[in-house]
Design a protein around this ligand. Structure first.
Ligand code: CP
Length: 308
């Protein structure tokens, strides 16, 4: 069974194949209307379940549109409305869904839920975000960087703010795609040591720098994310804002990076908290290309999972 659960558990060769496939599928659409099918219809006759235990705009719409463009059909399911949300085990849910559908994408809270779904499903499972990782997002981010600037290998990526689940997948990607990574943020929000260790184990430079201006020196790509993630309690909001205010990505901070450094944010953004509108709407920002590329990257992930 070919699941797409995380970037560090997928081979670097397969990840590269998926990125190449995503570029090719995007180019093949050649600006045609979004609702029209691809020439190639590898998902024809296939059904994909999209399970959401947390809110989503991009993941939900991009997977749904991607499946349809490739000729398949989708079933969007809310965790709360399923028996899953009322005590049915994840293992039984996985076994049952595998009798109906060809592929399962799940956005959930605990990584253990994703792992159990993958263990018991007899169809491929895709990680659409957990509290610990967001691999589909980072596949789109790598694709977006390379679309604008060429190979990401050897470049310097600076993550600014909270060492959260998106940061984790970026660290995994640093190891697998061979780029250097600097985290800048408060010590209490450092990425987990395992994530840093994975990237280091692959031979790339991984730095932790408390001073955001120093961190930016030589940056090819600057990335941030919301200061309060979906799984953080509302009570954490004020404390998080106080801790992270110095790490806001604004024009002054971007000026410390290379002049052609790109800016990314997986969205949704809280404008004028983690990033100013001047940066988000500025000439170096590629945030909406990133959002679009969720569609193309995930189409490649689905094809890889199904061997198509
Ligand atoms: N970036 C991202 O995963 O967006 P959604 O939460 O809207 O799916």
């Amino acid at each position: 069974m070919t699941h797409f659960l995380d970037i560090h558990t997928t081979s670097a060769e397969d990840l590269r194949r998926m990125i190449n496939s995503a570029h090719a599928m995007k180019a093949a659409r050649n600006g045609r209307p979004k609702g029209t099918p691809d020439d190639d219809q590898p998902l024809k006759g296939r059904m994909v379940a999209l399970i959401f235990e947390k809110p989503s705009t991009r993941t939900r719409v991009s997977f749904d549109v991607g499946v349809r463009q490739m000729g398949g059909e989708t079933m969007v399911l809310s965790g709360k409305e399923m028996q899953l949300g009322h005590g049915e085990t994840i293992a039984d849910t996985a076994r049952v869904l595998s009798r109906y559908v060809d592929l399962i994408m799940i956005r959930t809270f605990e990584e253990a839920t994703l792992q159990e779904m993958a263990e018991y499903a007899t169809v491929p499972v895709i990680n659409g975000l957990t509290n610990r990782t967001h691999p589909c997002q980072i596949m789109a981010d790598v694709m977006t960087y390379e679309e604008h600037r060429g190979p990401i290998a050897g470049k310097k990526v600076v993550w600014c703010g909270d060492g959260n689940n998106v940061c984790a997948s970026f660290l995994h990607a640093a190891g697998q795609f061979g780029f250097d990574f600097t985290f800048t943020g408060p010590q209490t929000l450092d990425p987990e040591a395992d994530w840093l260790g994975f990237a280091r184990s692959k031979g790339v430079s991984v730095q932790v720098e408390r001073d955001p201006a120093k961190a930016m020196a030589g940056a090819d790509l600057v990335v941030t994310d919301t200061w309060v993630s979906m799984h953080d309690p509302e009570s954490a909001k004020e404390r998080r804002h106080n801790q992270l205010r110095a790490y806001q990505v604004n024009e002054a901070l971007m000026a410390q990076a290379k002049p052609d450094a790109l800016f990314m944010h997986c969205l949704p953004a809280h404008r004028n908290d983690e990033v100013t509108s001047a940066v988000m709407d500025g000439p170096n920002s590629v945030v909406f290309d990133e959002a679009e590329n969720r569609l193309h990257a995930q189409k490649a992930v689905m094809r890889w999972c199904l061997g198509l």
